[in-house]
Design a protein around this ligand. Sequence first.
Ligand code: ATP
Ligand code: MG
Length: 572
Amino acid sequence: MFNFMHNMTSYEDTFKDFTWKSVEEELGYKPGDFINIGDYCTDRNCRLGRAEKKALIWQDHHGNVKNYTFDDLRVLTNSIAQYLKSLGVKSGDRVCLFMDKVPELYLGFLGILKLGAIAQPLYSAFGSESLFTRLDDAKTTAIITQKKHVPKIRTILKDMDYLKYVIVVDETDPTHSKDKEYIFNLDTCKRVESFDIFPSTAETPSVLHYTSGTTGKPKGAQHVHYSVISQYITTKYSLDVKEDDIYWCTADPGWVTGTSYGIIGPWANGITQCVLDSGFTADNWYSFIEKHKITIWYSAPTAIRALMKEGEETIKKHDMSSLRYLASIGEPLNAEAVLWSDKVFGMKFHDTFWQTETGSMVVSNYPCMKVKPGSMGKPFPGMEVGLVDIKTHKPFDKKGVVGIIAIKPGWPAMFRTYWNNKETYDKKFENGWYLCGDRASIDEDGYYWFVGRDDDVINTAGHLVGPFEIESALLEHPAVAESAAVGKPDPMNMEVVKAFVALKKGSEPSKMLELEIMNFIRKKLSPLAMPQEVEFVESLPKTRSGKIMRRVLKAKEWGQEIGDISTLENDM
Ligand code: ATP
Ligand code: MG
């Protein structure tokens, strides 16, 4: 593909010339103006002539498909906003979305924002306890949910005086009446042609997103409507969306990727999005891409590794020729995965790095830029990103030296606080920088190379080793599907490396295989990074957003309390 076809044609030129003001002008926004994410994703598209364009192509696990145009989105989000208002929900109230990936989740999110309330999306797979912690932290006023999830709410309802409305979107029995429960049906609701959108401005709170809980208790990152400026332009430049694209972000909106790039960014660009409300199998996913002729696919390393594990035969059964751009988020993307996608899809996955707190991409690979497999790419134009010293937290500029990724505050999508936790928020800033808590180095060409999270770095005999290089080396072995490297206590060296390995189908754990793997990685790693032990496991503990929870494995090695595991996806 030629560079002139991309939205960003030269990274260097864009970086040099970029201003947030120019993005504001492109969107027709001036400081102090009305700005509402609900409006940007729906009404604004209709004003721009996209009323009849498909906005959402939704498919369930039976293969049933529903389509919504931007005008449907406009009217139905009005209906939801109007309904919430009629109940008594007010601007600033927290409204939780607790649903599978049904259309009501996507439209509900925007309806809440149109009303000026704060959207609080949570994974529908959460149990009562995980749900309660987050509702109680936010003192949530209303929850929009499906019938099948209501029992989990009922068990905690008595402990939540603040929760006034449990709105069920698929209750078919109109006589149904239970404490605080209300019925709202998107298919039969009154279509509200016009709704007075809340007069929100840049700093009006929009979304309350809980972090993935990979390193500890999840924190509620609070965002504002102005974030759409970042989400719009990063989607345009990093994901390269164009008017005719069919875009699929695989993330659940319970995770920030599913809102910033599964709702806001693409719809602020007026792009057709697909949603698959069904469990993962490689065959399902490829069929979905084939059926809807998806052109841009934004996914996560865990999913990519699962596809690699499945092998190429499944891909060959499908026509993947519609794809033109692939991107990844959430965890370090191993070089092996990038090379694999190049081989099987004829294009590389482009890694992007960002956090719930940053609200939008921070470092990414751009379509106009050469991909160095294993690198996260370069900072987004308009964002001042750099490294600070691990101990002093002072910025430095030496190539190849590991530091903590830091950003100068001021980009539009930055979180404005942690809900109820200003103290932790304040601790994230030092010497005028926001500290991400992730370690990386920068090479001669300005590319960022991820090393590990602060908490995951292994200190062996005074040397700091990042789990990423060890896990990447392990992944190159043909029998390894996934791995996690953690520090285990050692009387001599303080910590030594222990690797947990999940094998691909057809490989069985054995002493022989362990030795073979050890020999294989010995050639790739420094002696300090070499695991002293490999333990074979069926699967690795992961968050619902697919992140490996190394702290869970580490706590076991150290005989410590495991801590908050409310986001744990699988039983180990
Ligand atoms: P918690 O803050 O609750 O521990 P979390 O940090 O996993 O959870 P998220 O905000 O969902 O919650 O994830 C952001 C983190 O994910 C980053 O700080 C980084 O550690 C990791 N991450 C995201 N993208 C990448 C990437 N491309 N490469 C490496 N790490 C990534
Ligand atoms: Mg985090």
